[in-house]
Design a protein around this ligand. Structure first.
Ligand code: FUL
Length: 489
């Protein structure tokens, strides 16, 4: 009897709700299934850093070379005013989220007192041999809230065993030191330049190695996974982050986070073009990093003081790297004093100012937004999510809908110069092409056409005054899923 009353009560309430709302209570709508491959948690955290700094520093700073031969005396290494706190506060101020230090470059000189070699700071005049620059920089990063990463050159022009199996043991011992003694490491950078002439413990000869097999990378990567499970591993070919294929500061206009790594290995020749764009049907998520120096060289040379990239050049590099879905790794090399040079600081400050001027007043906030359709007509996937400032919410359409649009209407006409879009990449990279249209003389006018979006895409358009802007997705691998749109003057 009690059960019958309950059932009756339910039916009455249900009928009232249907009559009052005119429709059945909302069904929950499933989110789109991930389009594989998708980023790992470590990769996602790395994408969000957007801008990191590279620091190149070794005996080269004192000899004027770019690639030390390996026979440089440690007594040359003498930065008398070294101040890691200055480095990191300058870099933080400029907007960098992480720092990668060349703990050992090709010349083999170690910025930390490695127990496996005498070729290090411990035999230099720096702090009378008691210094540890890896420690100073990692401590400064901790103090200022930046993440710290290490570069340990596989090629070592100093070491007698380079080219023999014994060197791999030496290399791994050093890697263990770096990954054990300096706290959390966010990225481990494996350089692709390998083998050639060198001092090699006095042999003074050329040593070629088989780039594909010599390093036995798989077992070296295991050490990183074991000692720093949250770190991403960079090399030309991944496994977590790939090289962008040039050192001039630009990603491909088409830039897929996906690539098929089977045939890639660090240092392999002839793959630059592929690395620059990735591949639409790549089997793995291996996003690109754009490494470029603020100066012509990677190391500080006084004669390049007048050749520091201008704020405008750096801004352009930003648009061509971060603005094309990559992470920027900008090198800022300390000088012989052990300080970031005044000219570099000036450029970084100007760069920061340009970024601030361009991207501080988001016109999308306060605009009204509507879309051609949205998934299951559920508010969970509505176009409002595009401008709610929440990176976990997104606009999505039904599974079989690969093209569609959303538009933003401003309360009064605005001048628009930049359109910033972000796909919700935890569900994979989907969009193949899109166009930007503005409302002009009572019709839509196309002002830009582009291909991929990925983590972030910033399109610069000729400044145009308009009351409405529309983003039209023209092709997609699976239903588009966009988490964010920003519009700037
Ligand atoms: C290259 C090296 O040979 C350069 O000296 C520099 O370290 C650059 C970032 O990578 O492969």
């Amino acid at each position: 009897m009690k059960k019958t009353i309950h059932t009756l009560t339910f039916l009455v309430c249900y009928t009232i709700s249907v009559v009052l709302t005119g429709c059945q209570p909302a069904k929950s709508v499933e989110p789109p299934a991930p389009l594989l491959p998708v980023p790992s948690e470590n990769q996602l955290a790395w994408h969000e850093m957007e801008m990191n700094a590279f620091i190149h520093f070794t005996t080269n700073t004192f000899t004027g070379k770019e690639w030390g031969y390996g026979n440089e005396s440690p007594s040359l290494f003498n930065p008398t005013e070294l101040d890691a706190d200055q480095w990191i506060s300058v870099l933080k101020e400029a907007g960098f989220k992480g720092v990668i230090l060349t703990c050992k470059h090709h010349d083999g000189f170690c910025l930390w007192p490695s127990e496996y070699t005498e070729h290090s700071v411990k035999n230099s005049p720096y702090k009378n041999g008691n210094g540890d620059i890896v420690k100073e920089v990692s401590d400064a990063c901790k103090k200022h809230g930046l993440k710290f990463g290490v570069y340990l050159s596989p090629w070592d022009r100093n070491h007698a065993d380079y080219g023999k199996p014994e060197y791999i043991t030496y290399y791994r011992n050093q890697l263990r030191e770096l990954l054990t003694n300096y706290g959390d490491i966010f990225e481990v950078w494996f350089d692709g330049a390998n083998g050639g002439t060198g001092w090699y413990g006095g042999a003074n000869e050329e040593r070629r190695i088989d780039r594909e097999t010599y390093y036995d990378w798989e077992n070296t990567f295991k050490i990183v996974r074991e000692l720093q499970p949250n770190a991403v591993i960079f090399s030309d070919a991944g496994p977590d982050i790939r090289w962008i294929g040039n050192e001039r500061g630009y990603a491909g206009e088409t830039n897929w986070n996906t690539i098929t790594p089977d045939t890639l290995y660090p240092g392999k020749a002839g793959i630059q073009k592929l690395l620059n764009t990735g591949s639409i049907d790549g089997s793995h998520w291996i996003p690109s990093e754009v490494d470029v120096s603020i100066r012509p060289g990677w190391f500080y040379h006084a004669e390049e003081d007048s050749l520091v990239k201008t704020p405008e050049q750096l801004f352009n590099i930003y648009l061509n790297s971060v603005g094309r879905g990559s992470v920027l790794l900008l090198n800022i090399p300390p000088d012989r004093r052990g300080l970031i040079h005044e000219n570099d600081i000036r450029s970084l400050q100007g760069f920061r100012k340009l970024l601030h001027e361009a991207f501080s007043n988001n016109l999308a906030i306060g605009a009204t937004v509507k879309a051609s359709s949205y998934r299951g007509k559920s508010s969970q996937f509505s176009p409002e999510n595009l401008i709610d400032g929440d990176k976990e919410t997104y606009w999505a359409m039904d599974d079989d809908v690969m093209t569609g649009s959303f538009e933003l209407e401003f309360s009064e006409p605005q001048t628009v110069s930049y359109v910033l879009l972000q796909e919700y990449i935890p569900l994979g990279q989907r969009i193949k092409s899109f166009r930007v249209e503005v409302w002009n003389n009572d019709e839509w006018e196309t002002v830009s056409e582009a291909t991929t979006i990925g983590y972030k895409r910033i399109l610069q358009i000729n400044p145009v005054k308009t009351s409405k802007i529309r983003i039209h997705i023209t092709d997609s691998k699976a239903c588009p899923v966009i988490s964010n749109v920003e519009i700037y003057e």
